[in-house]
Design a protein around this ligand. Structure first.
Ligand code: GDP
Ligand code: CA
Length: 305
């Protein structure tokens, strides 16, 4: 079975782990968000791609939800002691990956090629592809002003309410899908949208117009998994963003983020019933461990069959 998964970081990576244990990983392509990418200390950091890489390689830190297990922070301590840029936390092990990627990008390698190489080196069988090799950055408009994504999310602790999410490219709307993205969507038996934040993890992927068009014109089912459990985000600001920008946190509001792009929405059993424009699949969506992630992935694939 061939599956194309649209994914952000934490929720997406947790789901991706379940997916590759439910089906042959060789048939899975994870299309990752790059709207969160940033330069820190001269290094190119792709937080969502890295969460996916670490999760599929089994190197992720389960508790923190991001970064690597068995991490240490010596380099960052030095950065702080020297008055350097220390607001974005990069662990020692994690830094090694950013060094390799940054060098490759500087020598002209596209992000998709570097990412594929990193995945291979980590022994990952699934394909991990950035949505685009072009520059695409998420901006957050708030009552306190407009901020690049990580400045709002990390530096300001996503405390500002969000009025609007925007995507910046060299010429807006011209980002092209990275090699492999359209092929994976066209060749998939099922397209899945991970339980990621719709606005800041999935929308930046859909901001690549050819990806959105491929989903709109899909010939196979597309199933989204809601990132809410009982109307609340398991982690992060998705519930607050939905309440303010969509007017609520029911499955209907989540489905509204993907209008015309999905055939079914998988929601948690603690979420309210009510009208829904697409098929509703009710199950337990809390991914407490790998078994729970795999069961969720199996339910999603069952819904797409
Ligand atoms: P980020 O890029 O690291 O913010 O990660 P994502 O956007 O991929 O995931 C964040 C979303 O994952 C949040 O809205 C969470 O509510 C959701 N999430 C995290 N764990 C779970 C879970 O176990 N089940 C469900 N349904 N959603 C989850
Ligand atoms: Ca992210």
């Amino acid at each position: 079975m061939k599956v194309a998964l649209l994914s952000g970081g934490v929720g997406g990576a947790r789901f991706a782990r379940g997916l590759v244990s439910a089906v042959d990983p060789a048939g899975v392509t994870v299309i990752g968000n790059v709207g969160d990418d940033l330069d820190v200390l001269g290094l190119a950091v792709s937080p969502d791609l890295d969460s996916i890489l670490y999760a599929l390689a089994g190197l992720h830190d389960e508790e923190r939800g991001w970064g690597r297990a068995d991490e240490s922070w010596r380099a960052l301590e030095t950065v702080s002691a020297l008055g350097g840029e220390d607001w974005f936390r990069l662990g020692d092990r994690d830094l090694g990956l950013h060094l390799v990627r940054s060098q490759a990008l500087r020598s002209g390698e596209p992000l998709s090629t570097v990412t594929a190489r990193l995945a291979r080196s980590l022994g990952i069988e699934a394909a991990i592809v950035p949505a685009t090799d072009d520059r695409l950055r998420t901006w957050i408009d708030t009552p306190a002003g407009s901020f690049p994504f990580q400045e709002w999310f990390v530096a300001r602790g996503h405390r500002d309410e969000v009025d609007r999410v925007r995507f910046e490219g060299p010429a807006e709307g011209t980002a092209r899908p990275a090699p492999g993205v359209l092929e994976a969507l066209a060749g998939a038996d099922a397209i899945v949208i991970a339980p990621s934040n719709p606005y800041v993890s999935i929308w930046p992927i859909l901001a690549v117009e050819e990806i959105r068009a491929a989903l709109a014109g899909r010939g196979v089912p597309c199933v989204a998994v809601s990132p809410l459990v009982g109307g609340r985000a398991v982690k992060g600001p998705a519930d607050r963003m939905l309440a303010r920008m969509a007017g609520g946190t029911t499955p209907e509001h989540v489905a509204g983020c993907y209008e015309g792009l999905i055939d079914a929405l998988v929601v948690d059993e603690s979420d309210p019933a009510g009208p829904l424009a697409v098929r509703r699949i009710v199950t337990r969506t809390l991914m407490t461990d790998l078994d729970a992630s795999r069961r969720l992935a199996e339910t999603v694939l069952g819904a797409a069959a």
